[in-house]
Design a protein around this ligand. Structure first.
Ligand code: IYR
Length: 219
């Protein structure tokens, strides 16, 4: 039995609390998903500290059911690019429903995914659906989707806080990532987080967030 640890809570004065909450909101509301990337390299150690932050996320039974593959090798990016564009072509020409394509129209997306080759880093996030003992025995994992969603949110926030941009990219089918990146069967690709600097003159869609009153109810 491990003993409980005294929690080192640092209370901050009310005025400072209010200022910090507002300042963090002001910082986070500037985050945008970017699809046009520069090939500028990312300074050493930045990605690592962002992943360290993501890994502080709460998770079901503290199982931490995630694995992050940092792809920098141009030949690996090239393979991911090739596979993803094949899948996207299939998606946009036959798999996507008319409604789905309609919903995507404001985002100006399409089957071409040059950012997979241009961006300096792709973080491929895998969800550990269950644990796998050396004997081959499976170990139950809890609330995997919730856990990985929280960790990914923290990763996106850390990247923004560090001054870089990201794109949450999910090809229609992602099984090819296990093959290319040699990940085991208990891991399911959750997302490719494309990370880097925006291309010069990068544009973003003119979209808005729902009004606060619409998303919150007080009782
Ligand atoms: N994976 C495709 C389609 C796509 C789907 C959703 I839902 C988006 O929010 C954005 C795109 C693509 O990346 O083009």
């Amino acid at each position: 039995m491990t003993l409980p640890l005294l929690f080192t809570y640092q209370e901050c004065p009310v005025t400072e609390m209010k200022r910090r909450a507002l300042e963090f909101y002001e910082e986070m509301r500037r985050r945008r998903t970017v699809r046009d990337f520069s090939d500028r390299p990312i300074p050493e150690g930045v990605i690592e500290n962002c992943i360290r932050t993501a890994a502080t996320a709460p998770s079901g039974a503290n199982i931490q059911p995630w694995h992050f593959v940092v792809v920098r090798d141009p030949s690996v990016k090239q393979r991911i690019h090739e596979e993803a564009e094949k899948i996207e072509h299939d998606f946009y020409t036959s798999k996507a429903t008319r409604k789905w394509v309609e919903a995507l129209r404001p985002l100006h997306t399409g089957p071409s995914k040059p950012f997979l080759k241009t961006a300096p880093v792709l973080i491929v996030i895998f969800a550990e659906l269950y644990g796998l003992l050396p004997s081959g025995e499976k170990v139950k994992h809890y609330y995997v989707k919730e856990s990985i969603g929280i960790a990914t949110g923290m990763l996106i926030s850390s990247i923004h806080h560090a001054g870089l941009v990201s794109l949450t990219y999910t090809p229609y089918k992602m099984g090819f990532l296990n093959k290319i990146l040699s990940r085991p069967v208990n891991e399911k690709p959750f997302m490719i987080l494309v990370v880097g600097y925006p291309a010069e003159g990068a544009v973003v869609p003119n979209i808005t967030k729902k009004p606060f009153e619409e998303i919150v109810t007080y009782v």
